[in-house]
Design a protein around this ligand. Structure first.
Ligand SMILES: NC(=O)c1ccc[n+]([C@@H]2O[C@H](COP(=O)([O-])OP(=O)(O)OC[C@H]3O[C@@H](n4cnc5c(N)ncnc54)[C@H](OP(=O)(O)O)[C@@H]3O)[C@@H](O)[C@H]2O)c1
Length: 292
């Protein structure tokens, strides 16, 4: 089984916060070069400064790029190729969530999730894997989610995008294993990052603290699993147990459990929308009146 060349050039998307920043910090002692990619350049520069200070022999390339912009993505890849001679390991970490009943959700947010979590991830993989196969060495770590293996009301599009990542990655892993390219996926449960801030617009049931892990813990487990070429990496003891339970529990039982949760979450969202007395995300104003 191939091992990812973590001593090579590593491109990390979504490196400006959360899991991506931690992956960069923990890979810095092993990598030859790190490419930090995201939209918030100042954040990336700050992290690059920190890493250069701690690891003087490491090359760090800050690449600001909106992955929803195909031309900007192509320009970024050309620059990386020109300055570092290609990418040995791709970490597709940038991702976006949204918590909402689907019928009350903003189309813009759905579109962004589909474009980032699915299309951008697939495009980068498609651009970079052929070269890895040609060289007979490489690695891809796709950041999926525990939701790539299960489902939960309030996350329809997000769950759908992560199921795509999980299925796509399982196939890719089999297709390129014989060509020297290691492919793993990370399927975390709740991690303390800025993810929730971006994804949640109204008060939702709080995730208990013992279920949540730090980005540092998540990145450590991810690198340990990826180094060993694990197919699916599930960080944290609680998530390991709960994902095993959810795999062996018949789906109809899960539906029975999640049904009341869906009703409760809908109630909370409708209440929040009514309280604010404005349409969500400035969309269709008939939505709120239709709910009253
Ligand atoms: N936190 C969790 O509970 C959790 C659980 C399971 C899976 N995950 C997955 O973990 C991954 C990382 O999330 P996180 O928790 O670390 O969240 P985060 O702190 O919000 O980080 C998301 C990263 O994605 C980048 N990003 C967003 N839109 C982008 C765009 N259009 N172009 C380029 N970069 C973009 C952000 O950078 P800029 O804003 O600077 O562009 C940021 O660096 C995601 O794929 C998420 O689905 C998270």
């Amino acid at each position: 089984m191939p091992k990812p060349p973590l001593d090579g050039v590593i491109l990390i998307t979504g490196a400006s916060s959360g899991i991506g920043s931690e992956l960069a910090r923990q890979l810095a002692p092993r990598a030859k070069a790190l490419v930090l990619l995201a939209r918030r350049t100042e954040r990336l520069e700050e992290l690059a400064g920190e890493l250069r200070g701690k690891h003087p022999r490491l090359s760090v390339l800050v690449q600001s790029c909106d992955l929803l912009d195909r031309e900007a993505t192509d320009r970024a890849l050309e620059r990386i190729e020109g300055e570092l001679g290609g990418v040995d390991v791709l970490i597709n970490n940038a991702g976006l969530g949204d918590v909402s009943m689907f019928d009350l959700s903003s189309w813009k947010k759905n579109q962004r999730m589909l474009d980032l979590n699915i299309t951008a991830l697939t495009y980068l993989t498609h651009r970079l894997v052929p070269r890895m196969v040609e060289r007979g060495r490489g690695g891809v770590l796709q950041v999926s989610s525990g939701f790539g293996l299960s489902f939960m009301p309030g996350f329809a599009t997000y769950v759908g995008t992560k199921h795509y990542v999980t299925g796509f990655t399982e196939c890719l892993r089999l297709e390129v294993a014989s060509q020297g390219v290691a492919v793993s996926q990370l399927c975390p449960g709740p991690v303390r990052t800025e993810f929730e801030e971006v994804a949640v617009d109204f008060e939702t049931p709080k995730v208990p603290e013992f279920v949540t892990i730090s980005a540092e813990h998540c990145a450590r487990a991810a690198i340990a699993g990826f180094s060993r070429n694990k197919a699916i990496i599930i960080p944290g003891g609680f998530m390991k147990i709960s994902s095993t339970l959810s795999r062996i529990t018949p789906r109809f039982v899960l539906r029975l459990i999640y049904g009341p949760a869906a009703k409760r979450m809908r109630g909370m969202q409708v209440e929040a929308m009514t309280r604010e007395s404005r349409p969500q995300q400035g969309e269709n104003s008939s939505k709120v009146s239709a709910l009253n």
